[in-house]
Design a protein around this ligand. Structure first.
Ligand code: MUC
Ligand code: MG
Length: 367
């Protein structure tokens, strides 16, 4: 099999409920669909969600990097020779989301070529994942109403609260209202997207003591190494690295230097190949992982599901898989469903995310 063409198709789908968090806000899914074509007629596909406030990539930069830098070198290669494609991508630094999408599209192709679902190729641990829902910035009572609604409609019992606001009492109050309103059997954890200083995060931990919060993700910038290490040493709950750990090298640096003691894996920025390396590092060191969401579409969420369901460690905690519910539409041909708080894998060859061509034609912005 040979790669004959690589497409990077920009498209835009609005959100019905925009998500706001400490580092940014998402009102439109202005993503890129990466498509790798082969001489056998098989097509590998993956979604690339640009997050300029997190990694510096934009819709245009992702499309350009894939088309101008990666595609010319990839054409003619066997798509199963993933390491050769990685060697090409390695020559360009950063651009994690562009690289992640190319990697996932290659895995999608491999699954389609072998007639096997990728979740089986990667490990085949389970056939469904528990879902965690992300709550963006809102007044505390609205957050509680949203959490109740997601509990009732979808059976979700795990919530990641976006924090990192100032004054700190806004988030402290939100934690208190959610815990009192949801009871003790619901898991609540926090993600500050670097919104605080390490000392502010320490103050929040002190003032939320007793509320049973389980994780604190990216409380401050990991580059503030000394204060971050002090926070990690003193925190009673694991401090999760997210945007500070897109690669295995970043994860090893942050874990070994004490910048975090748990890792959020996101397939959108690590692909399956690098995510596997990160996961191996974490299980080897005895560090917990979460499956994160880069404000993914259903197409992107299917990739997270394929990877998360493949491994015991990634399936242990609820995976962040509900952001797509706030989108007006999607490119996925068969909509995902959350039932009893879980999403099932798809037993289709590849990642299991066939695209609705009519919808792609409707939402693509390059024609
Ligand atoms: C998260 O976990 O941080 C927000 C920005 C981004 O890149 O991902 C989201 C969710
Ligand atoms: Mg995060």
């Amino acid at each position: 099999m040979m790669i004959t063409a690589v497409e990077a198709i920009p498209y835009a789908i609005p959100y019905t409920h925009p998500l706001t968090f400490a580092s940014g806000s998402v009102a439109t899914a202005d993503h890129v669909l990466v498509r790798i074509h082969t001489d056998e007629g098989l097509i590998g596909e993956a979604d690339a969600p640009p997050r300029p406030y997190t990694y510096g990539e934009t819709q245009t930069s992702i499309a350009n990097v894939v088309q101008d830098l990666f595609a010319p070198e990839m054409i003619g290669l066997d798509p199963l020779d993933r390491q050769k494609v990685h060697a090409i991508m390695h020559r360009t630094i950063h651009n994690q989301v562009a690289k992640g999408a190319v990697d996932i599209a290659l895995w999608d192709l491999a699954g389609k070529a072998f007639g096997v679902p990728v979740h089986k190729m990667l490990g085949g641990w389970t056939d469904s994942l528990r879902v965690s829902h992300m709550l963006g910035f809102k007044p505390a009572e609205e957050l509680l109403e949203e959490a109740h609604r997601f509990g009732e409609e979808y059976g979700i019992t795990t919530f990641k609260l976006k924090v990192g606001r100032r004054p700190l009492h806004l988030d402290i109050e939100a934690c208190r209202v959610l815990r009192e309103g949801l009871g003790d059997n619901v898991e609540i954890y926090l993600d500050a997207n670097r919104g605080w200083s390490a000392n502010e995060a320490m103050e929040v931990l002190r003032r939320t003591d007793g509320l049973g919060l389980t994780l604190l993700e990216e409380p401050c910038d990991a580059k503030e190494a000394m204060s971050r290490r002090r926070l990690v040493e003193r925190s009673p709950i694991p401090v999760v690295g997210d945007e500070s750990v897109p690669t295995a090298g970043d994860a090893s640096r942050e874990l070994l230097s004490g910048g975090c003691n748990a890792i959020c894996i996101k397939t959108a920025r690590s692909g399956f190949t690098e995510a596997t390396e990160i996961l191996g590092l974490c299980t080897g060191l005895g560090v917990d992982v979460t499956m994160g969401n880069q404000i993914d579409t259903q197409v992107g969420s299917m990739a997270t599901i394929a990877f998360g369901a493949a491994h015991r460690a990634t399936a242990a905690r609820a995976a962040e898989l509900s952001n797509f519910l706030d989108m007006a539409d999607d490119l996925l041909a068969h909509p995902l469903q959350i039932i009893d708080g879980r999403i099932a894998v798809r037993d289709l060859p590849g990642v299991g995310a066939p695209i609705d061509e009519d919808k792609l034609n409707r939402y693509r912005t390059d024609r």
